[in-house]
Design a protein around this ligand. Structure first.
Ligand code: HPA
Length: 279
């Protein structure tokens, strides 16, 4: 397989990881996918050319190993497209520093990705976003209190004062809705609010988030999107609504179960998305 142009994008911080990954057969791909809670199974549909556990990537921290977060990177063919599949992610609520949340999008960029597709589980705030709903993310509200661009030094190759207006590529969000139709799924659109977690929101917090303009709430994605945009990647976000935010029975186990149960629906939409021209 020819070397992807990725390796012209190496930067000092990703260099050791890139060198190692190249030895392990990674050549790069134009599309990267981050699979959130319960969606990891999709990676099994990828015809893998190379695979590595996050913990084996130089300078990458060991994931904390929450159930449902098997963490590894696969390069291969998924539904006819060359992709990098990041199965599992680092969460701020696990105690990872903001800069550690930058590692996945940084590596995706260094490996030549031009588009980043992020998936996550979220609690529905808007009335129509019930458990099982799918939502194309059109914008976000960062309520995590962290930003991975913070630090004495700029992230290599990334904008310091990255503009985030239009962060979620409008054409890709429209494509997601269209892909949903083709897959027999209704994909809503909405604004994703990110909170630090790991506790779920109080009812008052959910009301506050609603007032702020949030349609759904989760504990991930936003730091990755900030870095992806600062590096110039196109971003597409898909949420699975796993619960009504602020319910008394919110639980991590419930989120994971909804994720696993609905992963095939999410996969069907993403399959159609990757089949559309321009993605
Ligand atoms: N709140 C925050 N994160 C979540 C939720 C929620 O209700 N559901 C899934 N992830």
């Amino acid at each position: 397989m020819p070397n992807h142009k990725s390796f012209s994008r190496r930067s000092s911080s990703t260099e050791p990881a890139l060198r190692y990954l190249r030895r392990r057969g990674f050549t790069g791909a134009p599309v990267a996918l981050i699979l959130g809670s319960g969606f990891g199974g999709m990676e099994g549909q990828c015809k893998a050319d190379a695979r590595i556990n996050y913990a084996d990537i130089p300078r990458w921290p060991r994931p904390s190993g929450l159930p449902g977060h098997a963490c590894r990177l696969t390069q291969g063919r998924l539904w006819g497209r060359d992709v990098l599949v990041f199965r599992g992610r680092y969460h701020a609520y696990e105690g990872f520093a903001a800069r550690e949340l930058a590692l996945i999008p940084q590596l995706a960029h260094a490996l030549g990705a031009e588009t980043l597709i992020v998936t996550n589980a979220a609690g529905g705030i808007r009335a129509d976003l019930k458990p099982g709903s799918l939502m194309a993310i059109t914008d976000h509200i960062n309520q995590m209190g962290i930003n991975p661009l913070v630090g004495p030094q700029r992230l290599p190759g990334a904008a310091r004062f990255a503009p985030l207006a239009g962060a979620y590529d409008p054409a890709l969000a429209r494509a997601l809705v269209k892909a949903g139709k083709a897959a027999g799924e209704s994909v809503a659109t909405g604004v994703y609010a990110a909170v630090l977690g790991p506790s779920f929101e109080t009812a008052a917090e959910v009301r506050a988030l609603k007032t702020l303009g949030a349609d759904a709430v989760g504990m991930s994605t936003v730091p990755e999107v900030i870095v992806a945009r600062a590096l110039g990647l196109r971003v597409c976000g898909l949420s699975l609504i796993t619960n009504r935010a602020g319910s008394t029975d919110d639980s991590h186990e419930g989120t994971l179960k909804q994720g696993t149960d609905n992963a095939p629906r999410l996969a069907a939409v993403l399959r159609e998305l990757l089949g559309l021209p321009g993605t």
